[in-house]
Write a protein that binds this ligand. Structure first.
Ligand SMILES: [Zn+2]
Length: 217
């Protein structure tokens, strides 16, 4: 989500309350978590172009009307749709690297910036400020011309926002070595280690408990 909409959303009362930052603006991290590494053993969530489009739709990154138009075009131009999927996965790989290592490795950060700017630079369109159903506002990108080219815009804008508001140090990979999910640490102390307390966090707690019990025996 663009940084201007973050400003607009500051008037939202929920945003003024202390606590975790709203996850809405971390679309790029959710996008990274669709890959095969994060989705084991189910595999890549974006297995074909339709899956990519549906995912973007569920994230409100493309509205239903535009999605229908793009769907029709994908039938007429399957090669362009397939190329769009390949490109989306390429962007995703660069964003995973950014999430995992971008904070510490300048080269990774530079490569991600090239990818972000490649997407931002190639798509012509207009922007619109839309009220969100749950309150607040979002700036929507409406592509003109090549609709396929504009699909990745909300993803890379969300990553761009993370860079702009200097939030990258709060982005990390789950501490469970088997889990490849990335997340934004919205805690006050910045010590969150697991993508989810209900799954990976609990597993770690159970392992510690077992180790203690064995030590006591
Ligand atoms: Zn995890």
């Amino acid at each position: 989500m663009p940084v201007t909409s973050l400003k607009a959303r500051r008037v939202d009362s929920r945003e003024r309350a202390p606590g975790p930052i709203s996850p809405r603006s971390r679309l790029w991290l959710d996008f990274v978590n669709t890959d095969a590494a994060a989705q084991q053993p189910g595999g890549d969530l974006l297995r074909d172009f339709e899956a990519l489009l549906t995912w973007l739709q569920t994230q409100a990154a493309v509205d239903d009307e535009r999605a229908s138009g793009i769907r029709r075009r994908a039938v007429l131009q399957p090669a362009a749709a397939a190329a769009t999927l390949v490109d989306a996965r390429r962007v995703r790989a660069a964003l995973r690297a950014l999430a995992e290592r971008g904070q510490h490795i300048e080269r990774v950060r530079d490569d991600a910036l090239i990818e972000i700017n490649r997407v931002l630079g190639r798509s012509a369109g207009t922007r619109r400020l839309d009220p969100l159903p749950e309150g607040g506002f979002s700036r929507i990108f409406v592509p003109t011309g090549d609709a396929f080219a504009g699909l990745m815009i909300p993803i890379v804008e969300s990553a761009a926002d993370t860079m702009i508001i200097e939030e990258l140090p709060r982005v990390r990979r789950c501490a469970d070595p088997r889990c490849h999910r990335v997340f934004l640490d919205g805690t006050k102390n910045g010590l969150r280690r697991w993508c989810d307390m209900g799954t990976c966090g609990n597993r770690a707690k159970a392992a510690r408990h077992r180790a203690r019990a064995q030590g006591a025996a």
